[in-house]
Ligand binder design. Structure first.
Ligand code: NAP
Length: 268
């Protein structure tokens, strides 16, 4: 189970959190509970979540993988805008290096497309910039976010792609075939909005199974993801230590085949 740091920034992912100590406690508790995959971006806040991660965890423990994203920026009105020009990507990588306090970034996802769904189109130009930065030693691995299988195939002609981060959860299953293809290729699939994001999951099938396990709907949704594919790396986001504990504990829930089948049928 990973952890998504977006929720550590203030309301609307803007500015500092109301309680900085609480945000730091969430990050330290995540690592203490064995989370070794933290998803972030320098455009959360902007800069805020990366600075919190550095404050809470630097110097980073061995084995902790911090995955960031470039390709977007925030407008002054808190909007989410593309930032895919050569200079914007170079600046974003340097912002991440500085705010995380590292000499090289473990994984950088190139984020294209929209949040609700990817949109087809060439990614060669921006991805070539990341490949160059990888060649310079500033990035160890490259991933893609909000992409289609066609865009992944194009990306693989430019550089090795280690992960795909797209919108996916038990109720939102547009990527079902993509998930299976990535498992065959041994590429990590990182579902964002694993708990529904800004619209919490509500599925009768999940509730029934949660009741049977004495678990919450969110825990069953996370457990289903982990059962769904060996390459699935969920990154549930929270600003609460109690919620973090609940989410990490979901990794210990064993679903029966019958329950998995029922959940498989519940999505769309
Ligand atoms: N690539 C992209 O375009 C993209 C887009 C969106 C997100 N992301 C990444 O994906 C990560 C996950 O997405 P997300 O945080 O938006 O959505 P999420 O994990 O689906 O849901 C987070 C929401 O659920 C609540 N929550 C979490 N655990 C809970 C629990 N145990 N009980 C009750 N409520 C709980 C959180 O509130 P509390 O804070 O109150 O717990 C928050 O409102 C982000 O942190 C970010 O790193 C990537």
């Amino acid at each position: 189970m990973g952890y998504g740091a977006m929720r550590l920034a203030g309301p609307q992912v803007w500015g500092p959190p109301r309680d900085v100590d609480a945000a730091i406690a969430v990050l330290r508790e995540a690592v203490a509970r064995g989370v070794n995959h933290i998803d972030t971006s320098d455009y959360y806040g902007p800069h805020v979540t990366n600075q919190l991660i550095k404050q809470a965890l630097h110097p980073y423990p061995d084995g902790l993988v911090i995955v960031t994203k470039v390709g977007a920026r925030r407008g002054a009105d808190k909007s989410w805008l593309h930032a895919l020009s050569r200079q914007e990507l170079i600046d974003a990588v340097h912002d991440n290096l500085r705010n995380l306090g590292v000499a090289a970034l473990d994984v950088v996802n190139l984020r294209v497309g929209g949040v609700a769904a990817p949109s087809e189109g060439p990614i060669e130009e921006p991805l070539t910039v990341l490949a160059e930065l990888k060649h310079q030693g500033l990035i160890r691995h490259v991933g893609l976010s909000n992409v289609t299988p066609t865009q992944l195939a194009e990306g693989q002609t430019i550089t090795e792609i280690v992960c795909v981060q797209n919108f996916y959860n038990v109720a939102h299953r547009t990527d079902d075939r993509f998930v299976d293809d990535l498992a065959v290729q041994g590429i990590a699939y990182v579902p964002f909005f694993p708990l529904g994001g800004f619209q919490p999951l509500q599925l009768d099938a999940v509730q029934a199974i949660a009741d049977r396990h004495g678990a919450t709907v969110r825990q069953i949704a996370l457990a289903w993801l982990l059962h769904r594919s060996p390459v699935m790396l969920p990154i549930p986001g929270t600003g609460s230590v109690a919620h973090l504990e609940e989410n990490v504990a979901a990794a210990g829930i064993e679903l029966t085949q019958e329950e998995i089948d029922a959940l498989d049928d519940a999505g769309e």
